[in-house]
Design a protein around this ligand. Structure first.
Ligand code: HEC
Length: 112
Protein backbone atom coordinates (compact mmCIF):
# COMPACT_ATOMS: atom_id res chain seq x y z
CA UNK A 1 0.00 0.00 0.00
CA UNK A 2 2.86 2.37 0.77
CA UNK A 3 4.36 1.57 -2.62
CA UNK A 4 1.04 2.28 -4.30
CA UNK A 5 0.87 5.70 -2.66
CA UNK A 6 4.41 6.45 -3.75
CA UNK A 7 3.62 5.47 -7.31
CA UNK A 8 0.50 7.59 -7.36
CA UNK A 9 2.58 10.53 -6.18
CA UNK A 10 5.23 9.82 -8.78
CA UNK A 11 2.72 9.50 -11.58
CA UNK A 12 0.99 12.77 -10.76
CA UNK A 13 4.27 14.65 -10.62
CA UNK A 14 4.64 14.03 -14.35
CA UNK A 15 8.00 14.52 -16.01
CA UNK A 16 9.79 16.40 -13.29
CA UNK A 17 13.25 15.68 -11.91
CA UNK A 18 11.76 12.80 -9.93
CA UNK A 19 10.53 10.30 -12.52
CA UNK A 20 8.39 7.29 -11.76
CA UNK A 21 10.84 4.56 -10.63
CA UNK A 22 8.78 2.08 -12.60
CA UNK A 23 9.74 3.86 -15.82
CA UNK A 24 13.38 2.90 -15.33
CA UNK A 25 12.53 -0.69 -14.45
CA UNK A 26 10.26 -0.90 -17.46
CA UNK A 27 12.94 0.42 -19.79
CA UNK A 28 15.70 -1.81 -18.44
CA UNK A 29 13.81 -5.04 -17.83
CA UNK A 30 10.61 -5.14 -19.84
CA UNK A 31 10.79 -2.96 -22.94
CA UNK A 32 13.01 -5.38 -24.89
CA UNK A 33 10.04 -7.74 -25.16
CA UNK A 34 7.00 -5.59 -24.51
CA UNK A 35 8.28 -2.49 -26.33
CA UNK A 36 8.71 0.91 -24.75
CA UNK A 37 5.01 1.55 -25.42
CA UNK A 38 4.00 -1.85 -23.99
CA UNK A 39 2.32 -2.99 -27.19
CA UNK A 40 4.58 -6.03 -27.47
CA UNK A 41 5.60 -5.43 -31.05
CA UNK A 42 9.07 -6.91 -30.72
CA UNK A 43 10.59 -10.06 -32.10
CA UNK A 44 10.74 -11.50 -28.59
CA UNK A 45 7.01 -11.31 -28.18
CA UNK A 46 6.00 -12.30 -31.70
CA UNK A 47 2.91 -14.46 -31.87
CA UNK A 48 2.08 -13.77 -28.22
CA UNK A 49 -0.98 -11.51 -28.18
CA UNK A 50 -0.89 -11.26 -24.38
CA UNK A 51 2.49 -9.58 -24.58
CA UNK A 52 0.50 -6.55 -25.77
CA UNK A 53 -0.21 -4.91 -22.43
CA UNK A 54 -1.98 -1.91 -23.97
CA UNK A 55 -5.11 -3.64 -25.28
CA UNK A 56 -6.84 -4.03 -21.93
CA UNK A 57 -7.03 -7.82 -22.42
CA UNK A 58 -5.30 -9.77 -19.69
CA UNK A 59 -4.47 -13.41 -19.41
CA UNK A 60 -3.21 -13.12 -15.83
CA UNK A 61 -4.92 -9.91 -14.78
CA UNK A 62 -6.22 -7.37 -14.18
CA UNK A 63 -6.02 -8.53 -10.56
CA UNK A 64 -2.88 -7.00 -9.07
CA UNK A 65 -2.06 -10.11 -7.06
CA UNK A 66 -2.08 -12.34 -10.13
CA UNK A 67 0.07 -9.90 -12.10
CA UNK A 68 2.54 -9.55 -9.25
CA UNK A 69 2.84 -13.30 -9.07
CA UNK A 70 3.34 -13.51 -12.82
CA UNK A 71 6.09 -10.90 -12.84
CA UNK A 72 7.78 -12.54 -9.83
CA UNK A 73 7.48 -16.13 -11.04
CA UNK A 74 7.21 -15.80 -14.80
CA UNK A 75 5.02 -17.85 -17.10
CA UNK A 76 6.60 -21.22 -17.89
CA UNK A 77 4.36 -21.56 -20.95
CA UNK A 78 5.88 -18.48 -22.59
CA UNK A 79 9.06 -16.41 -22.63
CA UNK A 80 7.81 -14.14 -19.83
CA UNK A 81 10.70 -14.52 -17.35
CA UNK A 82 10.57 -14.56 -13.53
CA UNK A 83 11.87 -11.38 -11.90
CA UNK A 84 11.79 -12.35 -8.21
CA UNK A 85 15.59 -12.60 -8.18
CA UNK A 86 16.22 -9.37 -10.12
CA UNK A 87 13.62 -6.93 -8.83
CA UNK A 88 12.65 -6.05 -5.28
CA UNK A 89 9.01 -6.57 -4.24
CA UNK A 90 8.63 -2.77 -4.35
CA UNK A 91 9.92 -2.66 -7.90
CA UNK A 92 7.58 -5.47 -8.90
CA UNK A 93 4.65 -3.60 -7.36
CA UNK A 94 5.66 -0.43 -9.16
CA UNK A 95 6.06 -2.05 -12.55
CA UNK A 96 2.75 -3.91 -12.18
CA UNK A 97 1.05 -0.56 -11.60
CA UNK A 98 2.88 0.72 -14.66
CA UNK A 99 1.60 -2.22 -16.73
CA UNK A 100 -1.95 -1.78 -15.45
CA UNK A 101 -1.88 1.89 -16.47
CA UNK A 102 -0.67 1.15 -20.00
CA UNK A 103 -4.10 0.70 -21.67
CA UNK A 104 -5.29 4.11 -20.48
CA UNK A 105 -2.01 5.81 -21.25
CA UNK A 106 -1.71 4.49 -24.78
CA UNK A 107 -5.41 4.74 -25.64
CA UNK A 108 -5.80 4.76 -29.40
CA UNK A 109 -2.08 4.39 -29.82
CA UNK A 110 -2.01 0.62 -30.00
CA UNK A 111 -4.24 0.21 -33.03
CA UNK A 112 -2.59 -2.19 -35.42
C1 HEC B 1 11.94 -12.21 -22.62
C2 HEC B 1 10.76 -11.43 -22.93
C3 HEC B 1 9.99 -10.75 -21.84
C4 HEC B 1 10.45 -9.91 -20.87
C5 HEC B 1 11.86 -9.44 -20.62
C6 HEC B 1 9.29 -9.49 -20.10
N1 HEC B 1 8.16 -10.08 -20.59
FE1 HEC B 1 6.29 -9.89 -19.84
N2 HEC B 1 5.61 -11.26 -21.18
C7 HEC B 1 6.34 -11.79 -22.22
C8 HEC B 1 5.47 -12.62 -23.04
C9 HEC B 1 5.90 -13.36 -24.30
C10 HEC B 1 4.19 -12.56 -22.44
C11 HEC B 1 2.92 -13.25 -22.92
C12 HEC B 1 2.73 -14.54 -22.20
C13 HEC B 1 1.67 -15.41 -22.83
O1 HEC B 1 1.34 -15.25 -23.98
O2 HEC B 1 1.21 -16.28 -22.11
C14 HEC B 1 4.31 -11.70 -21.27
C15 HEC B 1 3.28 -11.42 -20.42
C16 HEC B 1 3.31 -10.41 -19.47
C17 HEC B 1 2.17 -9.99 -18.67
C18 HEC B 1 0.81 -10.63 -18.67
C19 HEC B 1 -0.14 -10.05 -19.67
C20 HEC B 1 -1.51 -10.66 -19.53
O3 HEC B 1 -2.25 -10.61 -20.51
O4 HEC B 1 -1.86 -11.15 -18.46
C21 HEC B 1 2.60 -8.98 -17.88
C22 HEC B 1 1.79 -8.18 -16.89
C23 HEC B 1 3.99 -8.77 -18.17
N3 HEC B 1 4.40 -9.67 -19.14
C24 HEC B 1 4.77 -7.83 -17.57
C25 HEC B 1 6.14 -7.75 -17.72
C26 HEC B 1 6.97 -6.87 -16.94
C27 HEC B 1 6.46 -5.90 -15.88
C28 HEC B 1 8.25 -7.09 -17.33
C29 HEC B 1 9.50 -6.44 -16.78
C30 HEC B 1 9.71 -6.52 -15.35
C31 HEC B 1 8.22 -8.11 -18.37
N4 HEC B 1 6.92 -8.48 -18.57
C32 HEC B 1 9.32 -8.60 -19.05
C33 HEC B 1 7.69 -11.59 -22.45
C34 HEC B 1 8.54 -10.85 -21.67
Amino acid sequence: MIAVALIAAGASSGCTADPDPAAGVWKRRCAACHGSDGAGRTRFAEGRPYADLTDGKWKHGPEREALRRLVAEGDPTSTMPPFAGTLSPEEIDAVVEWALALPARTEGGSAR
